[in-house]
Design a binder for this molecule. Structure first.
Ligand SMILES: Nc1ncnc2c1ncn2[C@@H]1O[C@H](COP(=O)(O)OP(=O)(O)OP(=O)(O)O)[C@@H](O)[C@H]1O
Length: 256
C-alpha cells in the first residue's frame, strides 16, 4: 500500500472574506506516510484538516482522497458538486482527532467507540464491541470502558477519542493539536499512544502539532506552511537540523 498517492490538494485556494488563507496550494501525501504540518499561527494548517473533513469547502481547486474527489463527483463524465451521499462515503476513509476531545458525554466509553461503526458502517454490536475492546487495549483504557467521559482525565478522554477515530478503520488519521488542551503531565501518555500507532500500523497520518520532538519521532515528511503555501518540505532530520528557508529557520528557532 505504501507509495500510492492518498491525499492530493490541487491548486486549492481558501478565503475567509479578504483573507486568503490557502493560496493555490499543492501537496500530496502517499499512503502509509506520516506527515506533519508546521508553521506560524494563522498559516492555514487547521484549515487544511477541516477541508479534508469536509467541514469547509475550497473556493478554488480540488482535493482527492484515495482518488475520489472530496467536494465533486463525476456524473456522465462531468465533474459536478458532490452530493451528501458521495461526501459521506469519502469521509468514511478519514478520521479526525480534535484539540477538544468531543466525546459523546451521555455515552459510556465503550459506546462512544462502537456508535459510528454500528450506525455508519453497519457492523453488528458484537463486531463493534470486539473492535472497540481491542482499541481500548491499544490505548491502555480497558478498565475504563464502563465509565462516562466526565469520569476520565483529559488525557484518557483524548485516548478514547483516538480509539473512536480508529474504530472506523480510516485510511487517514488527522490530528489537530491533540495535546494542546491537556495538562502538561497528561501529554506524554497521549503522544506515546500515537507513537505506538504510527510505528505499528500502516495508517496514513496528517498531523498539526507544536510538539516538535513528537513530530521528529513519527514523521516521514514535515511541511512548513507560511501565508497559505508550503514553503519547504523534507525529512524531519533535514527540516529540524538544516532547513533551507529563512522563514523555516526563524520559525523553528522560535519554537524549538
Ligand atoms: N471560520 C473562519 N472564519 C473566518 N476566518 C477563519 C475561519 N477559520 C479560520 N480563519 C482564519 O484563517 C486563518 C488560518 O487559520 P488556521 O486555523 O487554519 O491557522 P493555523 O495555521 O491552524 O493556526 P494555529 O496554529 O493558530 O492553529 C486565520 O487567519 C484564521 O483567523
Amino acid at each position: 500500500m505504501d507509495g500510492r498517492e492518498l491525499i492530493r490538494f490541487d491548486r486549492v485556494t481558501k478565503r475567509f472574506g479578504d483573507n486568503v488563507v490557502l493560496d493555490d496550494l499543492e501537496f500530496r501525501v502517499d499512503s502509509g506516510k506520516h506527515v506533519t504540518l508546521i508553521g506560524p499561527s494563522g498559516s492555514g494548517k487547521t484549515t487544511i484538516l477541516r477541508l479534508l473533513m469536509t467541514l469547509l469547502k475550497p473556493d478554488e481547486g480540488t482535493i482527492t482522497v484515495g482518488g475520489e474527489y472530496l467536494t465533486h463527483e463525476e456524473k456522465n463524465g462531468k465533474l459536478v458538486p458532490a452530493g451528501e451521499k458521495h461526501i459521506r462515503e469519502v469521509r468514511k476513509n478519514i478520521g479526525m482527532v480534535f484539540q477538544q476531545f468531543n466525546l459523546f458525554p451521555n455515552m459510556k466509553v465503550l459506546r462512544n467507540i462502537t456508535e459510528a461503526p454500528v450506525n455508519v458502517l453497519g457492523l453488528s454490536k458484537e463486531e463493534a464491541d470486539t473492535r472497540a475492546r481491542d482499541l481500548l487495549e491499544l490505548v491502555g483504557l480497558t478498565e475504563h470502558m464502563d465509565k462516562y467521559p466526565s469520569q476520565l482525565s483529559g488525557g484518557q478522554q483524548q485516548r478514547v477519542a483516538i480509539a473512536r477515530a480508529l474504530a472506523m478503520r480510516p485510511q487517514v488519521l488527522l490530528l489537530d493539536e491533540v495535546t494542546s488542551a491537556l495538562d502538561p503531565e497528561l501529554v506524554a501518555g497521549v503522544l506515546d499512544v500515537l507513537r505506538d500507532i504510527a510505528h505499528t500500523t500502516d495508517i496514513t497520518m496528517l498531523c498539526v502539532t507544536h510538539e516538535m520532538s513528537f513530530a521528529r519521532d513519527i514523521s516521514d515528511d514535515v511541511l512548513m506552511f507560511n501565508e497559505g503555501k508550503v514553503i519547504e518540505s523534507g525529512s524531519p532530520d533535514k527540516m529540524f537540523n538544516d532547513p533551507d528557508h529563512p522563514r523555516t529557520r526563524e520559525f523553528l528557532g522560535a519554537v524549538l
